[in-house]
Design a protein around this ligand. Structure first.
Ligand SMILES: Nc1ncnc2c1ncn2[C@@H]1O[C@H](COP(=O)(O)OP(=O)(O)O)[C@@H](O)[C@H]1O
Ligand SMILES: [Mg+2]
Length: 330
């Protein structure tokens, strides 16, 4: 069964612009004073129960907008969405009790109160049974190692600790669907690691359906089997992480070790030279011609060792993003 189902989901923001100067404002009588921003442009997406999907894309691609639509924070311009059978922007209480949205750059917890007290409030809002509340809170604080921080005002906590508290707040009502928008942004390496490990274990145990946006490929590699890439409001790729390489990476990295003193003086006909550390050399070779270039290299030169690798995923994704950004500007 599909937990999330989007069809041609579209969101256009109308941005009103204030014109400068008197002449401009007179001109404004005759010209439109707004600009339409097509944040999400006809997205089709289905997510099955228990999937942990990474939602990737450059800044401004429409990720947050999509998660806000799915959480019913904003209304779409057109298209449909169903999450657990609910239309998110109808904002039914029954739906509210079954999903959660966590935004790394926004906090829901009361700044001056200890997290404990905010949690009590959540308990009432979501009508969580006392026994269930205590059990879940105990489990979550244990998993995240923050039990001793519950009585401390949230403003006194570090960013990483606060994020953990935010996650607990979002998970107290045991949502079946979780939208995570950059939950590890700005966290130090250790806190990032802890949050990542927590999400992995939590999802494994509960089979929660999760949509995660993150800029850190480590998060994605550790957590998600499926990756959806969005650029300028449209889905560019939907598949495995490794599949991104096949689809978007135009080259492979070939490392050759030549027999001592037999390194050819000119390797440029074979590919782009990335690194020379005699007797080793690293080349970037177009994917489609790797086999023939290697064959001619091996027939002409004395090579001791060869390895062919995919380029680093980070690099490929950064490249996909920058291409998407450029094509938008063009
Ligand atoms: N409230 C808003 N009003 C107008 N434009 C917005 C608003 N929120 C986002 N946008 C624009 O919509 C586009 C998509 O933004 P967003 O969904 O936040 O992207 P992402 O999360 O992928 O970085 C961007 O061009 C952004 O400037
Ligand atoms: Mg965003």
């Amino acid at each position: 069964m599909n937990v999330i189902e989007l069809k041609q989901l579209t969101k256009t923001y109308r941005v009103y612009q204030k014109k400068e100067g008197l002449l401009a404002s007179l001109g404004g009588l005759f010209q439109r004073e707004y600009r339409d921003v097509n944040a999400v442009r006809g997205i089709d997406l289905t997510v099955a129960k228990g999937e942990f999907v990474a939602f990737l894309g450059p800044n401004g691609a429409g990720k947050t907008t999509t998660l806000k639509l799915l959480s019913g924070v904003i209304n779409p311009t057109s298209g449909t969405a169903q999450v657990l059978g609910y239309v998110p922007w109808e904002r039914k209480n029954a739906y509210r009790r079954r999903f959660a949205l966590v935004m790394g750059q926004k906090n829901q917890l009361w700044w001056d109160l200890p997290a404990n007290e905010s949690y009590r409030l959540h308990q009432q809002i979501y009508r969580i049974e006392p026994a269930e509340f205590t059990r879940t809170l105990d489990e979550l604080t244990g998993l995240l190692g923050v039990r001793e921080l519950l009585r401390q005002p949230v403003r006194e906590l570090s960013l990483g600790e606060r994020m953990k508290m935010e996650l607990i707040a979002a998970l107290l009502h045991s949502p079946e669907v979780l939208f995570l928008d950059e939950p590890t942004i700005g966290l130090d390496v250790i806190a990032q690691h802890n949050v990542r490990q927590f999400l992995k274990q939590y999802q494994l145990e509960r089979q929660t359906t999760i949509l995660l946006t993150s800029h850190y490929m480590k998060d994605v590699a550790a957590l998600c089997e499926r990756v959806v890439v969005i650029a300028h409001g449209q889905i560019e790729y939907d598949g495995s992480l490794a599949g991104i390489l096949d689809r978007f990476s135009g080259h492979k990295i070939v490392t050759l070790a030549f027999t001592e003193n037999q390194m050819p003086p000119d390797l440029t006909p074979f590919g782009e030279i990335l690194e020379v550390l005699p007797p080793k050399v690293k080349l970037r070779i177009d994917r489609n011609v790797v086999a023939e270039k290697l064959a001619s290299l091996l027939s002409q030169h004395s090579v001791e060792d060869v390895s062919v690798e995919e380029p680093p995923l980070e690099e490929v994704i950064a490249d996909v993003f920058s291409r998407a950004t450029r094509s938008k500007e063009a």
